[in-house]
Design a protein around this ligand. Structure first.
Ligand SMILES: *Cc1c(COP(=O)(O)O)cnc(C)c1O
Length: 827
C-alpha cells in the first residue's frame, strides 16, 4: 500500500497545506476515502471532500473531525481554526486532486498495466484474466466494476511493489472523461472489448464515442481488439496505425489476423483451435454464447501476446465460470437476513460488500455476522491479512466472524476473540446447526472456488420457487435519471406506499435512505411504523392518516397529510395530548382530482392562520396531485390544476414563519412538466421502471420468475384445467408452473391472453389459471422440469402484462402477493 506524507501529497496535487497545528508534524497517509460512512483508520486516512450536483463531501467534515479524522482535501473555503488538530490540503478541484494522487502512485511501478474499456464485457474479461493467471503472476485488479472517474483512482491507489501485473477497467459516459482516466492508469497494454450503444446519449455518434475511448490507450505499447469490429478496426488504424504501437487483432474469420481462432460449437461448450508460434493449441470452454466467446477471445489474445501462456493457464480455460457480479439479499432461516456475494474475495470487494451490509442494516440492532472465505490477496502475509480483516470487522461493527479455508484457519489466532474457523466449506456444512443462526444479518463473502452457494442454500429460507427479483442498481439508476430532470436544489419524495409498489418495504427504504432522498411517503401509518422500527430515519409522510393512529404517528415521527379542517383539529388534539410542538404536517389541496383535499380558499386561510398561532404543528409543505399528467389529451387541464394550486397555496405559504415546500408533480409530471417542479416532487411508478418518455427509459426493476414443475404430453381431444377451457385438438406438450392467481398472476391471463418466456421464446398460457398453478403450451419446445420461466422482466414487459390483463402496471405490481419471495440484487 502507498504511504505518503501529507506535505508530499499537497505538492503532488498542486494544493496548499493549511492547519492551525504545526505544519511540520502533519500526518502520514495510508488510505484514502471519499465516503464519510466507511472510514477505517481515522488517523492515517485522507478524506477527499468531493462535490457533485447533489452531494457535497464538505458537509461531513465536522462529523469526521469528531470521529478523529485529521486529514482532508477540500475545494471550498474552510475555517481552519474550527478544527485545531486537522490538516487541510486546499485545491481547485478535489476529484482532480484524487486523480493526480493516483497518477503519482501509478508512476512508482514499472510492471505491466492492462487497461480494458469497451461497451460490454470489461468486468468479465478482467475477472477471467484473474482466474486464468493468478497462479502464474501476482495481480492487482479493480474491485467489481470500479471503472469511473472516482472508482479508477481508488483502484489504482492500491498498487504496490508486491504485484507483477495490474488490470484496471475504465468506463466513460461523457466526452472528456477518458483522458483523465488515461493519466491515472497510464496503461502499457490495452483491450477494447467492443462498441455498443451504452452511454450513447452524451455522444453525437458512435465514432465520436470510440474516439474518446481510444484516448485511453495513448501510452500503450500494444492494443488488443477483435478484427470483425469494423468501426473499431478502422478507427484504431487511423488513430494509432502510424505510431510504434503494436496493434494486435484477433479474429474468428480472418486467417491473416495476429491470432486466428477456429471455434467449433458443441452442445454445451465450444472447442477452440489455434496456432501460435508454430505450435497447435486446442482447448474447450464451457460457453456457447457469442458474448462469452468474444470475452474468451480477448483473454487468449492478451495471454499470448503478453507471453503468459503455459499449460496450467490453458487448462484453466475449461474451468471458467460465468461471473455473478452481484450481491443478493434474501430472507434467511430463523429471521436472519442473508447477503450473498460469492464473486471473489479480496480486501476491496470485501469492503464493498460490508458497505452494502451496513446500508441494509443501518440503525438496526440485529447483530452482524460475516462468513468469509480465504482471501485472494497475493503479496499479503497472514498477519497483514488478519490485520486488514480485523480493522474492517471493527469499522463495520461485525459481531462475529466465521472464517473458512486453510489460510484463515492457520492464522486463526490472529483474529478477534470469538471467531470460528473451518478448513473448508465441507467442514462448515458437516458441522452446520441452523439454531446457531438467529435474528442476524449474515454476509456470505467467498471466492468462487469455495462454492459458498452451498452454504447459502442451507441458510436460505425455503419458499416455493416463484420469486420477484428486485434490482437495486436499476432502482437507483432510475432515481438518478429522474433527479437529472430536476434542479439540483429540488427535493424529492419517494412513494413507498403499498409495499413500495410491490417491491418491498424496508429493503427499498434503506436503499433510498442511502441515496439521501428527502422524504418517503407511505399510504397508512402501519407502513411508516414498520420503517421506523427497521431504523429508517428519513422523514416520512403518511398519505391517508387515520384518527386512531395519530398518537402512534406522533411517537414515530410520521407526518400526516392533512386534507380538511376536521382532520387538522383531530391531529392537533393528539398533539396537545402528547405535548409536542412544531410538529410537521402537510396540507393537501384539491385542484381537480376530486379526492381528498382542501378546496375552499377561506377554509385554507383559516388553517394557515391557526397553525402558527397554535404552535403545536407546523406546515411543512402544501401539495396537490395531478389527475392526468401522463396524457397529452389533458395537458390543458394539467396546466389549470397547476395554476389553481399556485393560487391556493400562495397565501398559505406567505403566512407561515417557516419556509413551506410546495409540490405537485408525480413521475409522469416530472417527465412532462419539469417547469412545475417547485420545491419538491413525488416520484412513484417511474422509480419502479415505468416511464412515459423514450428519452428517460426507466430500467426494469422487478423480474418475476418461477420454474417448471412438470412437462407432460396431452393427447388430442383432451382438455386442460378447470372448466375444460384449454381444448387440445392436436397433441400438445404442456408445462405446469407453480404460480396462480393467489400469487397475483391474474386470472385474466388465462387461455392464451398471457404469455411467459422460457429459454429464448414466448409461450402462451393454456386453459384457466388456477389458484396456485398455471399451464403453458410448450409444444415443439425442448424444455424440461426445473427450467426457469420469466413471468415478467426483460422479455415479458410489465406494460405487456398489464395490457394482457386489461389493467395498468400499478395494479400488476401491487397485486403480486406477499408469498412470492422478494430477492434483492445489487451489482
Ligand atoms: C401514488 C402517488 C404519487 C406517485 O404517483 P406515480 O404516478 O406513481 O408517480 C404521487 N403523489 C400522490 C399523492 C400519490 O398518491
Amino acid at each position: 500500500m502507498a504511504v505518503f506524507g501529507l506535505k508530499e501529497i499537497a505538492g503532488l496535487v498542486n494544493g496548499v497545506l493549511k492547519s492551525a497545528a504545526d505544519l511540520d508534524s502533519s500526518p502520514t497517509i495510508q488510505s484514502v476515502s471519499i465516503d464519510s460512512r466507511t472510514i477505517a483508520d481515522v488517523h492515517s486516512c485522507l478524506f477527499f471532500a468531493l462535490k457533485g450536483v447533489r452531494h457535497n463531501g464538505h458537509q461531513y467534515i465536522g462529523d469526521l473531525y469528531h470521529k478523529g479524522v485529521l486529514s482532508f482535501v477540500v475545494c471550498e473555503p474552510i475555517e481552519v481554526h474550527k478544527y485545531p488538530l486537522a490538516y487541510f490540503v486546499k485545491v481547485e478541484d478535489s476529484l482532480d486532486a484524487l486523480q493526480k494522487l493516483a497518477a503519482a502512485v501509478r508512476a512508482k511501478y514499472d510492471y505491466p498495466v492492462l487497461a480494458i474499456t469497451g461497451s460490454n464485457g470489461k468486468t468479465i474479461v478482467k475477472e477471467w484474466l484473474y482466474d486464468l493467471l493468478h497462479e502464474t503472476v501476482k495481480i492487482i485488479r479493480s474491485p467489481k466494476s470500479y471503472n469511473s472517474q472516482v472508482g479508477v483512482p481508488l483502484s489504482v491507489w492500491n498498487m504496490s511493489d508486491q504485484f507483477e501485473l495490474a488490470i484496471f477497467e475504465a468506463g466513460i459516459s461523457m466526452p472528456g472523461e477518458m483522458e483523465k482516466l488515461a493519466e491515472v492508469i497510464q496503461p502499457t497494454v490495452g483491450i477494447i472489448t467492443n462498441l455498443g450503444e451504452a452511454h450513447q446519449e452524451n455522444f453525437s455518434s458512435l465514432s465520436k464515442k470510440l474516439d474518446e475511448k481510444l484516448k485511453l490507450f495513448a501510452s500503450c505499447d500494444s492494443l488488443i481488439y477483435r478484427k470483425e469490429q469494423d468501426l473499431v478496426t478502422e478507427q484504431i488504424g487511423q488513430t494509432y496505425g502510424k505510431g510504434d504501437k503494436k496493434l494486435f487483432a484477433w479474429s474468428t474469420s480472418d486467417e491473416t489476423a495476429d491470432l486466428f481462432l477456429y471455434m467449433h460449437p458443441q452442445a454445451h461448450s465450444t472447442r477452440i483451435q489455434f496456432n501460435w508460434n508454430g505450435r497447435e493449441y486446442e482447448l474447450n470452454v464451457p460457453f456457447t454464447d457469442f458474448a462469452s466467446l468474444e470475452n474468451v477471445g480477448h483473454c487468449l489474445a492478451f495471454i499470448f501476446s503478453s507471453g503468459y501462456a503455459n499449460d496450467s493457464v490453458m487448462a484453466a480455460f475449461s474451468q471458467l465460470q460465468a461471473v455473478a457480479m452481484r450481491l443478493e439479499l434474501k430472507q434467511g432461516i430463523n429471521n436472519c437476513l442473508l447477503i450473498n456475494d460469492y464473486y471473489n474475495s479480496d480486501i476491496n470487494s470485501l469492503t464493498i460488500a460490508l458497505q452494502f451490509l451496513k446500508s441494509q442494516s443501518m440503525n438496526e440492532k440485529r447483530p452482524r455476522c460475516l462468513i468469509l472465505s480465504d482471501i485472494e490477496q497475493s503479496g499479503f502475509s497472514g498477519s497483514e491479512l488478519a490485520q486488514a480483516v480485523n480493522r474492517l470487522l471493527k469499522v463495520y461493527e461485525i459481531d462475529r466472524l466465521i472464517g473458512i479455508g486453510r489460510r484463515l484457519y492457520l492464522n486463526r489466532e490472529l483474529f478477534v476473540a470469538g471467531a470460528k474457523f473451518y478448513q473448508s466449506t465441507e467442514e462448515f456444512l458437516t458441522n452446520f446447526r441452523p439454531a446457531e443462526f438467529r435474528n442476524e444479518h449474515i454476509l456470505l463473502k467467498g471466492a468462487r472456488d469455495f462454492r459458498f452457494e452451498r452454504i447459502a442454500s442451507v441458510l436460505q429460507q425455503k419458499y416455493h420457487q416463484t420469486q420477484l427479483e428486485v434490482n437495486l442498481n436499476n432502482l437507483v439508476e432510475n432515481l438518478n435519471r429522474y433527479r437529472a430532470r430536476l434542479n439540483p436544489e429540488t427535493k424529492i419524495t419517494i412513494m413507498v406506499k403499498a409495499f413500495s409498489y410491490g417491491s418491498g418495504t424496508v429493503e427499498i427504504a434503506r436503499a433510498l435512505e442511502f441515496q439521501q432522498v428527502d422524504y418517503l411517503a407511505v399510504a397508512v401509518a402501519d407502513e411508516g411504523i414498520e420503517l421506523r422500527q427497521a431504523g429508517i430515519s428519513t422523514p416520512i409522510m403518511v398519505m391517508n392518516p387515520e384518527e386512531h393512529s395519530f398518537e402512534m404517528m406522533l411517537e414515530y415521527r410520521l407526518e400526516p397529510n392533512i386534507y380538511s379542517t376536521e382532520v387538522y383539529e383531530q391531529f392537533d388534539r393528539a398533539a396537545r395530548r402528547m405535548a409536542v410542538s412544531n410538529f410537521p404536517i402537510h396540507l393537501k389541496l384539491e385542484t381537480g382530482m376530486h379526492r381528498l383535499g382542501f378546496s375552499s380558499a377561506d377554509e385554507l386561510e383559516q388553517i394557515a392562520l391557526r397553525v402558527p398561532r397554535e404552535g403545536r404543528l407546523r406546515i411543512q409543505s402544501v401539495f396537490s396531485h395531478l389527475a392526468a399528467s401522463d396524457s397529452s389529451d389533458h395537458d390543458g387541464f394539467t396546466k389549470e390544476q397547476f395554476l389553481r394550486f399556485k393560487k391556493l397555496s400562495t397565501p398559505v405559504v406567505a403566512n407561515q414563519p417557516n419556509k413551506v415546500i410546495r409540490h405537485i408533480l408525480n413521475s409522469a409530471g416530472i417527465e412532462r412538466f419539469a417547469d412545475y417542479q417547485m420545491e419538491m416532487v413525488r416520484l412513484g411508478i417511474g422509480l419502479y421502471g415505468v416511464s412515459q418518455s423514450d428519452a428517460l427509459q426507466a430500467e426494469t426493476v422487478a423480474r418475476w420468475t418461477t420454474v417448471i414443475s412438470q412437462v407432460k404430453t396431452v393427447a388430442a381431444g383432451e382438455t386442460v384445467g378447470y372448466g375444460r377451457k384449454g381444448k387440445v385438438t392436436t397433441p400438445k406438450q404442456v408445462a405446469i408452473i407453480p404460480v396462480g392467481y393467489a400469487d397475483g398472476y391474474d386470472r385474466r391471463l388465462s387461455n392464451g391472453a398471457g404469455k411467459v418466456w422460457i429459454a429464448g421464446r414466448q409461450y402462451p398460457i393454456i386453459g384457466n389459471i388456477c389458484m396456485d398453478m398455471s399451464m403453458i403450451d410448450v409444444t415443439g419446445a425442448d424444455v424440461q422440469a426445473g427450467e426457469s420461466v420469466e413471468l415478467m422482466g426483460e422479455h415479458i414487459r410489465l406494460t405487456d402484462l398489464a395490457d394482457w390483463m386489461g389493467t395498468i402496471p400499478y395494479e400488476v405490481l401491487t397485486g403480486i402477493s406477499q408469498r412470492v419471495r422478494r430477492v434483492y440484487i445489487q451489482e
